[in-house]
Design a protein around this ligand. Structure first.
Ligand code: FES
Length: 111
């Protein structure tokens, strides 16, 4: 089922916007005009990722700078600050990824 969550024109290149699709909180990123959606909260300590940065496909958490590939939610590197127990299994920190469909300037999420 497709759920409309945003207008493409409302998310600038390199921009991140928080949206809700059903009961899921997501962040949408614009990578050179292509849109990607992952779960909104960092898998480390749940920071809101729309407050982070997007450089190319790399989404960086605003709190301890954990990095993800926004195309698929894959965790690329762990937190850099001294935040307790080091993360041994980075794969366990991946974000959920959602299919984005662009229709007539509307960003839709396939749920
Ligand atoms: S909350 Fe995102 S890296 Fe710590």
């Amino acid at each position: 089922m497709l759920i409309e969550v945003a207008k493409a024109d409302d998310i600038v290149y390199g921009g991140l916007v928080a949206v809700k699709a059903g009961d899921q909180d997501l962040v949408i990123g614009n990578v050179d005009g292509s849109f990607y959606a992952v779960s909104r909260n960092c898998s480390h300590m749940f920071a809101s990722l729309e407050a982070g940065t997007l450089q190319g496909y790399i989404l960086t958490c605003p709190l301890h700078h954990m990095q993800y590939d926004i195309r698929n939610g894959m965790a690329l590197s762990g937190p850099v600050a001294n935040t307790g127990t080091p993360i041994i299994n980075l794969d366990s920190m991946n974000l959920m990824s959602f299919e984005v469909v662009l229709e007539g300037g509307n960003i839709m999420i396939d749920m």
